[in-house]
Write a protein that binds this ligand. Sequence first.
Ligand code: APR
Ligand code: PHB
Length: 389
Amino acid sequence: MRTQVVIVGGGPSGLLLGQLLHLKGIEAIVLERKTRDYVLARIRAGILETGLVDLMREAGVSERMDKECFVHSGTSISYENELFSINFEKLIGRNVIVYGQTEVTRDLYDARDAVGAQTIFEADGVSIHDADTDAPYVTYLKDSKEHRIDCDFVAGCDGFHGVSRQTIPDTVRKEYEKVFPFGWLGILSETPPVHDELIYANSTRGFALCSMRNENLSRYYIQCDLSDKAEDWSDDAFWDELKRRLPEDIAEKLVTGPSIEKSIAPLRSFVSEPMRWGRLFLCGDAAHIVPPTGAKGLNTAASDVQYLYHALTGFYLDKDSRGLDTYSEKALARVWKAERFSWATTNLLHRFPDQSEFDLKMQRAEIESLHFNETAQKWFAENYVGLPY
Ligand code: APR
Ligand code: PHB
């Protein structure tokens, strides 16, 4: 088999890239290790920057998103009983939208079906060969048979645990990592959101986040110990702890109900450089991870996709390989800015095991500057809605 681009990984990065390339007449095959149902059962963040919204529109997959999303012109932050809002619209004239990543992925799969683009599910043992030559190829096992796809380029969109990054030799690859000493316990519940904006809460008991999916579906998180197990947290214990971390008037309004999903996620910052090796290009979680504070994971993946999409269309349609040559540098420049924002908001809002009283005063001074200083608010707003590509 031969194609122009093999996309390893059928998560949002790979699917969005595939759809954008398809519309430009560039053929791509997506190889996904799991089943479609498995991919669509993952629950991830739900805030989309304008850049990603524009890409979804360009890919022709925005119809349901435009109909069902919530537009948020700001976000709220609380510390103890104080709650304030950072109004993006007023500060910088922009906004974000609330639409679950699972729905983004579902819309992309439906669009792929509609155009008849090829996705191979349950592709085992994917292996990328000769990426440092002009004739790369990818092999995989499907139904116990080995298959080979020859191609011009490989897009490594296979997430943090994928094979693409590992294909880049250790002598070339450098990884940067910070693991945070806590996790997020998250639940999804069929209850109305407690507030019309998201609330990021810094409390003496640790961080909490009130997010949402729609009028009757809420997503809440609390900072927890890394040793905690989701199954040891009853729903009642979760709701009680969440309430203790929110301003009293918000806690009183909180509608609780049974959880329909409950899980713990660790918090990590991670970047692997470079993002290109020969004809292999890494995109999204395959190259970088952010802690979820600020919801930059999917949005940073989308900026990689945008750079790679332009680089590949430049190559195929304009015979110009400059985009490919500068891909890693351009993508990484924006990745590091998103890493910085996610790391800074994580430091701002969580309680750390070794935090001194001085550290707590600094954290409070920083939150107060966000509360009262317009320059600080503008910085936050620009980063939250997404820096330009
Ligand atoms: N072969 C084929 N597919 C693979 C392999 C492999 N060896 N390893 C992983 N995959 C698949 C996974 O099953 C998954 O469906 O690659 C996909 C990667 O998807 P994600 O992990 O979702 O990564 P990405 O598409 O880059 O999405 C960006 O933003 O909010 C964050 O982490 C969040 O998923 C989100 C990410
Ligand atoms: C979510 O809705 O799951 C969410 C929202 C914002 C974040 C992280 C997660 O910063």
